[in-house]
Design a protein around this ligand. Sequence first.
Ligand code: EPU
Length: 424
Amino acid sequence: MQKILIDGGGTLRGTVKVSGAKNSCLPVLMTTILAEGEHRIRNTPDLVDVRTTCKLLEGLGAEVSMARGTVRVAHNGLSSHEAPYDLVKTMRASVVCLGPLVGRYGRARVSLPGGCAIGARPIDQHLKGLEKLGAKVSLSHGYVEVTAKRLRGNRIVLDQPTVTGTENLLMAAVLAKGETEIRNAAREPEVLQVAEVLNQMGAKIEGAGTQSIWIQGVDSLAPARCTVIPDRIEVGTLMVASVMTGGKVLLRGARADHQTALIEKLTEAGAIITVHEEGIHIRAPGRPKPVDLTTQPYPGFPTDMQAQFMALMAVADGTSIISEHIFENRFMHVSELNRMGAKIKFEGARAVVQGVRHLSGAQVMATDLRASASLVLAGLIARGRTEIYRIYHLDRGYQRLDKKLRKLGAHIRRSQAQPPTTVT
Ligand code: EPU
């Protein structure tokens, strides 16, 4: 078990190259279920969740190897159609194998993901959509079982846009008979990438990236060859880090068109952001101004950046209100930020953040992936030393964030640690 140690106070300066997007890479790896042959996925981030997905594919019968950022997946038909509890309990996104398994093999048995630190996170929309395509869905012994002879295209209207739900249904519908329409689809860049990869494999999808997606089913697909898009949440986290420390940073490979909502909010907070061919440059001349925000599905402000933006607002020159509209329990970082001297109060689904001039280093506990990132950001500017425990959450979704920050001048390192015992 490791902890992160940060001695706060430095200013971030320099250039850092952005990694591939976790939330794109995971569903893109699942597209390999849909076609026999050898698939190559480039620019894959080296993350715990990516390795878990590779294990899942191996468990299904594929040969998987990873070298220098390229994952090679090869199979001549999968021998299993089951995602077991041991894998799903460590990574909810395992559920994204449901759609491709039932679309290609007519059978899938996947451990039902439970709730997690940030909310209940049901998968009813995934299952409702698969039923609309003609699948039979049953639940037993903690597993969801989906069967179908061949799926049949239909119109699916989602109750709310769901990212992995849309990806699952896209992957189910590409081999279905006839046309499928997904209405109220998620529009995230990661969904668009999944559709583009599927089209490159021979699928016929139109409208991805908008609220209505049309899929004309085909009989078979060719192996995937693709490059994972840059991670917009890693980019956002590093943008906030440079604003908090009053730094000047170039994020090489970052795509500004994926960051519109964040760029708008950071600009309101006083950051000066310029977009170059090679990436995004960001600097911040002084203490951030307070900014209110509400998380929304893309292209709105991402829930995956809420905790990090709250760390920024914790030291803003005034009071801001941050409302969380996607996940009901995504404020676990608040009490830890308060232990570092922040003044944040909950009011239902919103947090009132009264900016303070300084935070102070403390021992804090990470509770989920993005909450861990917010504690790292707070540690960068806190007076004294911050020790962050349970950083395995961070390693699930950031490829060596500490190394990237160190390259930019932060005093951050890892050391071995026993986590402090928690009291219930
Ligand atoms: N929802 C339902 N029923 C469903 C599906 C979703 O009620 O069947 C609800 C959820 O409970 C939530 C909302 O719909 O309130 C949106 O959830 P969504 O399904 O879009 O989330 P997800 O697909 O499970 C992905 C990302 C999350 C990110 C969310 C929102 C992946 C692997 N995960 O999750 O990423 O927060 O979209 O953008 O793509 C992270 O990277 O830290 C992370 C949690």
